[in-house]
Design a protein around this ligand. Structure first.
Ligand SMILES: [Zn+2]
Ligand SMILES: [Zn+2]
Length: 394
């Protein structure tokens, strides 16, 4: 009896989560974070509601409505310059599903189109825009930003399932800010309807509702540009370090930018680290401790001022992720210079995107690609997940 009640409670929680997950709220931080003004329009008729839900403005296609911060207030100004008396948050909706709301940073830019609706709120330092839309529609604006459309369709499908799984697993990430995910690389880059492309959209549609699941839970499916030949271990059991080589030992993700190298004289290298290690001076040696898979884990720097230990990922952050392009590197000191040489691009955790494309070209399906990079997973429709949980509760 007690078990039935507990399973029932879990079922209610899961049903609740997925009911909410049908739509997702995206904080538009990349272009509009803390903006002092924004202009809104639509490809068709649209309307704006106030805090109470009452429609305060109805507009035609192409009308540009101005929203401005004035001291601690947000003003809504119509096309004739009238200030509309209305209390935020404002909710902007198009009158037809076929139309797209357009947001402009200023009067003259070309604007960015969005599916779904837009909420306009005031935060501490400016305007906060939140785009609420169906999760499948959200993915249409993610895929072209996260994987080149020239990639094989099975790689694009694998990316669609990974992005859908990541979004669902992380839908509470920005909860305290009032939305699920942001539109930057902190979560997944999302460019709205503006970036949609036919081949990427087909990959989303062809995998609609499919997610990667481990132990009955949707996984936080991290992915990386180029793993360097071995993926990095993540924090979850399904994010194990796996080889990304073919049967001849050649990296599947080999490409013209696959290897990189960067050098500093010792004093310059010390200066980069000094904000975090103020006493550091006289670096004599750099040694790297590796995981069993061969990826660097800990960087041990021997110096006259005392030895320091720093994780490979932290060193990458401190030195600069565009210089130390991955966490898969060697380090040495030659003739007074610190030299870091590495392979790959990005954090290296999860699905390797270039490797995924190479596997797809060799005939792998999107399921095979995903199962290679995420250990022990199943690919399931979200509805199956609900049905399984449902039948367990009966
Ligand atoms: Zn984020
Ligand atoms: Zn790879």
């Amino acid at each position: 009896m007690r078990r039935a009640i507990i399973v029932g409670i879990i079922w209610v929680i899961v049903i609740g989560c997925f009911a909410e997950a049908e739509t997702i709220k995206i904080g538009l931080l990349r272009r509009f974070n803390d903006a002092k003004s924004v202009f809104v329009s639509c490809t068709g008729k649209f309307q704006i509601a106030d805090k109470s839900g009452a429609i305060v403005l109805q507009s035609n296609a192409g009308d540009k409505i101005s929203i401005q911060v004035n001291q601690s207030q947000i003003l809504l100004i119509d096309t004739t310059g009238n200030n509309i008396a209305a209390e935020p948050p404002f909710c902007i909706t198009s009158c037809s599903l076929d139309d797209r709301i357009i947001l402009y940073q200023n009067q003259n830019d070309k604007g960015t189109r969005y599916r779904g609706k837009i909420s306009v709120l005031m935060n501490k330092s400016g305007i906060l825009l939140i785009n609420e839309l169906d999760i499948e529609d959200y993915l249409l604006g993610v895929l072209p930003c996260e994987m080149p459309e020239s990639y094989h369709s099975e790689a694009l499908k694998a990316q669609a399932v990974a992005a859908r799984s990541y979004a669902l697993a992380n839908r509470m990430k920005h909860y305290s800010q009032g939305f699920s995910l942001c539109d930057s690389s902190d979560c997944q880059i999302y460019g709205g309807a503006e970036v949609e492309r036919p081949k990427a959209s087909a990959a989303v549609r062809d995998t609609a509702g499919l997610v990667a699941v481990f132990n009955g839970q949707v996984i936080s499916a991290q992915y990386t540009g180029d793993c360097g030949g071995i993926t990095a271990e993540g924090r979850q059991p399904y994010l194990q370090s796996v080889s990304d080589c073919d049967d001849k030992g050649i990296d599947m993700c080999d490409n013209p930018q696959h290897t990189w190298s960067a050098a500093w004289n010792i004093a310059d290298f010390e200066n980069i680290l000094k904000p975090h290690y103020p006493n550091l001076s006289g670096i004599k040696d750099i040694a790297i401790e590796r995981t069993s898979a061969g990826r660097p884990y800990l960087v041990k720097i021997k110096a006259d001022s005392g030895d320091i230990e720093i994780t490979a990922s932290k060193l990458r952050m401190l030195v600069g992720i565009n210089v130390v392009k991955s966490t898969y590197f060697t380090a040495k000191i030659i003739d007074g210079a610190v030299i870091l040489s590495g392979r790959g691009m990005g954090h290296g955790v999860g699905m390797c995107q270039i490797g995924a494309n190479a596997r797809a070209k060799q005939g792998a399906s999107f399921e095979q690609i995903l199962k290679h990079y995420y250990s022990g997973i199943q690919i399931l429709p979200m509805s199956d997940l609900l049905n399984n949980t449902n039948s367990k509760s009966q």
